[in-house]
Every structure is written in C-alpha cells, then in structure tokens.
Design a protein around this ligand. Structure first.
Ligand code: B12
Ligand code: SF4
Ligand code: SF4
Length: 282
C-alpha cells in the first residue's frame, strides 16, 4: 500500500498528524530505564519498554499518529477543583479507536499490525521522534511544530515497511517558561523531568506523600499551558467530582465516569486528592 494513501486515510479517520518510521530497539535508553525508580503504573520490564519486536515480532514498519486536545485555563472558586484539560475523555479509547479503524483497512490490503498507545510501555515519544513528528522539549514532552505538545501518541506496528519521515529540526532555544511555571521544580534547568516530583504522577500515585496538588484531582498541565508552542482556551470549571459521588459503589463510580480518563483512578484516590487540596484551602 502507498505510504501517502495510508497517511491520508489516517488523517481522514481523525488523526491530526501522521508519520512513518522503521522499528528499532532503543538501546540508548536501556541504562536510564534500568536505573529508573518507576512509578507504580509504569511497565516494569525494561525489555518491553525498548523493544518493539517483543510487542509484534513481525514488525517491519511503524505508522504513528498524533491526536491533539484543547488546553483550558481554569477559573476556580474556593472548594472547586480541576482535572488536567485532556482527561475529560479517555485518550486511549480515542487514539486506539482511530488506529483500529486504520488497522482494518490495512488488513483488507494484506497488512497485519498491532495497536499501541501508552499502556504497553514501549517508549511512545521515541517512536514519534523517529517518525518525524516533533522534537523533545525541556519538559520532556514531544512538541509537534503545528500542534505543540498538547497531543497524545499512538501507533501501529506493521508487518509492512514504510519509508521513514525525516526528523523534525526544532528546539526550545533559550525558553524556560515551563521550568519557571512548574510548581514542584520537576523540570531540570538543562531539560528533562524529575518524574518523582511531577504533580501529574503524584495525583496517580497511591504511595505519594501528602501534599498540596495545586487544585488538581488528576494530572497536571501547567507546563503545557506555559509553553509558547501551545494555545490555551478559556473555561469556567466547576468541581468535577461531587460530594455525593463518594457514596457510589466502586462499580457505580466507574460506570458514571466511564468516558473520562480520570475514572481509572477510582473514587478512593480522587477522594484522597480532594482532601489533600482541601487541607491547603482551609
Ligand atoms: C510514565 C509516564 C508518565 C510519568 C513520568 C513522565 C516521564 N517523562 O517519564 C508521569 C506520571 C509524571 C507522566 C506525566 C504526564 N504524561 Co505521561 N507517560 C508516561 C509513559 C507511560 C512512559 C514515559 C516513559 O517511559 N518515561 C521514561 C523516561 C526514560 O523517559 P522520559 O523522561 O520521558 O524521556 C524521554 C524523552 O524525554 C526523550 N529524551 C529525554 N532526554 C532526551 C534528550 C534528547 C537529546 C532527546 C532527543 C530525547 C530525550 O527520550 C526519552 C525516551 O523516550 C508515557 C507513555 C509511553 N508508553 O511512553 C506517557 C506519556 C509520555 N505521557 C503523556 C502525557 C500527555 C503526560 C501528561 C501531559 C499528562 C497530564 N496532563 O497529567 C504529563 C506531563 C508531564 C511531563 N512534563 O512530562 C504523553 C506525552 C505526549 C507528548 N506530547 O509527549 C505520553 C507519550 C502518553 C501518550 N501515548 O500520549 N507521564
Ligand atoms: S506536569 Fe505539572 S508538575 Fe509535572 S512537570 Fe509539568 S508543571 Fe511540573
Ligand atoms: S515552555 Fe519553552 S522550554 Fe518548555 S517545552 Fe515549551 S518551548 Fe520548551
């Protein structure tokens, strides 16, 4: 199948950008990952984080997509809290939905593939880098020249090969806006994330020490909103998680918030995050 035809189809299915690359083992990250203190939800098997062939042994090519999302400025009163802009829908379903449609079309053309997005643990940003979809910013996120860093990454590992897209030349230059904006000092001066300090991780980590979460119940997008590559819209935001929801059973809670990404945390962890925020508010 022609590469440009695949790109057009993926865009028509809802992808915002599409790139191609050749799968390879990311040997350069093995040491870093072996020494890394993982967050509880990270893929613990280093081999599965660096080796695409453990996910699809016939892999000869990668079709990588980006799906952009809006970023919102929030206006909160006392006792109102927020979730990160992107988590009002589940991006895994959105990105995997597009990829599954594409997978069907490739299959009709004799090409087998497997769908990947986030949870498998292979280094998504490295795949997107190789597929010419952006460069890595100081806050450690992939920045696409048009869509900025408010994007999610997903891809198909295919048994067909594709001519790779050229790398994107780009850099943060002298900018330090995300470093200055981060309330936890989680972004290093020279760039790179101290992931154990990042608020986004705290909100999802059952073992984190109690602390103020800057009114976030789930995730954090302060460094994305500070980035000149991104556009930020206005939104009035209300307390997204209502007091009466604490009375829901775990199953009722999951059903009520099924469409939203933050639902995977469950009501107990969200409740903990509310309490940590409330302590600072009082
Ligand atoms: C664990 C994880 C987290 C952890 C740790 C993040 C981290 N940087 O490691 C926490 C919970 C903190 C987190 C937070 C967020 N995450 Co997260 N996370 C992941 C996950 C599952 C693994 C990341 C990983 O393997 N890190 C390991 C270390 C080695 O990697 P790293 O520090 O990120 O370094 C990479 C790059 O920075 C780059 N790099 C580092 N140094 C250098 C130097 C040079 C010269 C170059 C070229 C590259 C480079 O290469 C490294 C390997 O790819 C990925 C999904 C996946 N399967 O990849 C999503 C992912 C990275 N997260 C994502 C998102 C959206 C977020 C949040 C915005 C969510 C939110 N709103 O709360 C925040 C952003 C925080 C931030 N500033 O990074 C997206 C990023 C999209 C993008 N534009 O890049 C991903 C790719 C999920 C997806 N498929 O869309 N996340
Ligand atoms: S997501 Fe929040 S805490 Fe994490 S690096 Fe960005 S601004 Fe800092
Ligand atoms: S805010 Fe500036 S330094 Fe940070 S990622 Fe964006 S361009 Fe790079």
């Amino acid at each position: 199948m022609d590469r440009e035809a695949v790109r057009r189809i993926a865009l028509s299915l809802g992808a915002d950008a599409v790139g191609f690359c050749v799968p390879r083992v990311f040997h350069e990250w093995q040491d870093v990952l072996e020494k890394r203190v993982n967050l509880p939800f990270e893929q613990p098997d280093v081999a599965r984080r660096i080796d695409p062939f453990l996910h699809f042994s016939q892999a000869e090519g990668v079709v990588c997509i980006l799906k952009s999302h809006d970023l919102f400025e929030n206006h909160l009163a006392k006792d109102e809290y927020k979730v990160t802009s992107s988590s009002l829908i589940d991006y895994h379903r959105e990105v995997k939905g597009i990829l599954r449609e594409l997978q069907k079309i490739l299959e009709e053309n004799g090409i087998q593939s497997t769908v990947m997005c986030d949870t498998e643990g292979l280094l998504d940003k490295q795949i997107a880098l190789d597929a010419g979809l952006g460069f890595i910013g100081k806050n450690s996120l992939l920045i696409h020249p048009k869509w900025g860093s408010a994007v999610h990454i997903g891809y198909l590992l295919t048994d067909a090969s594709w001519e790779p897209d050229p790398p994107v030349e780009g850099s943060c230059g002298e900018c330090t806006q995300c470093i200055d904006a981060c309330p936890k000092g989680a972004i290093k001066k020279e760039g790179g994330l101290r992931h154990l300090l990042c608020l986004s991780g705290m909100t999802q980590n059952r073992k984190a020490a109690p602390q103020y979460l800057e009114k976030y119940l789930y995730g954090c997008d302060i460094c994305l909103k500070a980035c000149p590559y991104n556009e930020v819209k206005e939104r009035e935001e209300r307390f997204i998680y209502r007091e009466e929801d604490f009375a829901l059973s775990h199953r009722e809670f999951q059903l009520q918030y099924a469409e939203m990404e933050f639902a995977w945390l469950g009501r107990n962890l969200l409740h903990r995050n509310i309490l940590w925020n409330q302590e600072e508010d009082r």
